[in-house]
Write a protein of this length. Structure first.
Length: 320
């Protein structure tokens, strides 16, 4: 991987493309550059001297000196080009692809047991030692569930809209249906990807509540008072002026909005929601409760509300 971004320390970090087509990125680079944070990465061919290919994400590339690459290729900037579809630009080839941390799925086979909802989702991120091995949990779900409870966002008997169909949307779809949501509409640019989630949710939970729609067809939704949960990376810093849907009529039909992004503290999605007089929340408490849930599971204790409040306030200060 010739160069991840200007000034990056892992200038010649070695990435591997396996025989099954999966891409392995060095763990140091994943941690240093938060490569998986946005759910998508850009791949582009290296120089004639170094060869190979480069890996980066929008949050690194767009604000850098090379940001003009995305400005000059709108289908890459807004991901409207197909995943893996190369675009030629000034002698190099560029594309975007979805990225996941496959170890969250692969580890399940080595566990003694798995929390039922985490098993249905097919991914764990927290392991708890048991007498004969480890039990796996998915604290993404636990984190959002506790945030929704604290903010008094009711899922039971509520119509829900999920924006996006990545790993977070999959977990949240399972949570919503398991909590008795009246319906869960999964809106995504690629309807087929949303349909896979909807089918898996309905099959595992023996429900018909989840269904897929193309994002551009949001105007066909006929209901109102939706709980809208924004699960994409659109609006993530530094692209703070972006929102998946800009149409104010969409937000008029919502009851409440939740954006799992926490930086910036108030996303464009949240601003659009509030402009229609609707409450809106970011994902900082989801992040907080992911950590709290893992800590409680590891130590078999309950963290006090006072300590949770102090940690939350410190997180807010750190983020400004």
């Amino acid at each position: 991987m010739p160069q991840m971004n200007k000034g990056g320390k892992f200038i010649f970090g070695k990435s591997l493309i396996r025989t099954d087509g999966t891409l392995r990125i060095p763990p140091q680079a994943m941690e240093e550059y938060h490569i998986a944070d946005e759910g998508k990465v850009y791949l582009f061919t290296g120089s004639k001297i170094t060869g190979g290919f480069c890996v980066t994400r929008k949050g690194l590339l767009h604000p850098s000196k090379l940001g003009h690459i995305l400005d000059d290729t709108p289908p890459l900037l807004d991901y409207s080009a197909g995943s893996g579809e190369f675009i030629k630009y000034k002698g190099r080839s560029y594309c975007w692809v979805e990225i996941s941390q496959a170890h969250k799925q692969e580890v399940i086979g080595a566990l003694e047991s798995v929390d039922p909802l985490a098993e249905a989702i097919g991914a764990v991120n927290t392991l708890v030692r048991t007498e004969h091995g480890y039990k796996g949990y998915n604290t993404d779900i636990l984190g959002l569930e506790r945030e929704l409870e604290e903010e008094q966002v009711e899922l039971k008997d509520s119509p829900v809209i999920l924006l996006g169909a990545g790993g977070a949307a999959r977990a949240i779809a399972f949570l919503c249906v398991s909590k008795g949501a009246k319906e869960v509409a999964i809106l995504n640019r690629t309807e087929e990807k949303a349909a896979v989630i909807a089918e898996d949710v309905n099959r595992h939970l023996q429900s018909k509540a989840a269904y897929a729609m193309k994002l551009s067809d949001y105007g066909k939704l006929t209901g109102g008072n939706y709980v809208v949960i924004q699960t994409t990376s659109v609006g993530l810093y530094p692209n703070c002026d972006d929102a998946v849907i800009e149409d104010e009529d969409f937000y008029k039909r919502a009851a409440v909005g939740v954006d799992i992004i926490y930086n910036p503290a108030e996303t464009k999605f949240m601003k659009l929601m509030k402009a229609q007089g609707k409450p809106a929340y970011n994902g900082l408490k989801m992040l907080l409760y992911q950590g709290v849930s893992a800590f409680e599971l590891w130590n078999d204790i309950k963290v006090s509300k006072e300590n949770i409040r102090k940690v939350y306030e410190n997180m807010q200060k750190k983020l400004g």
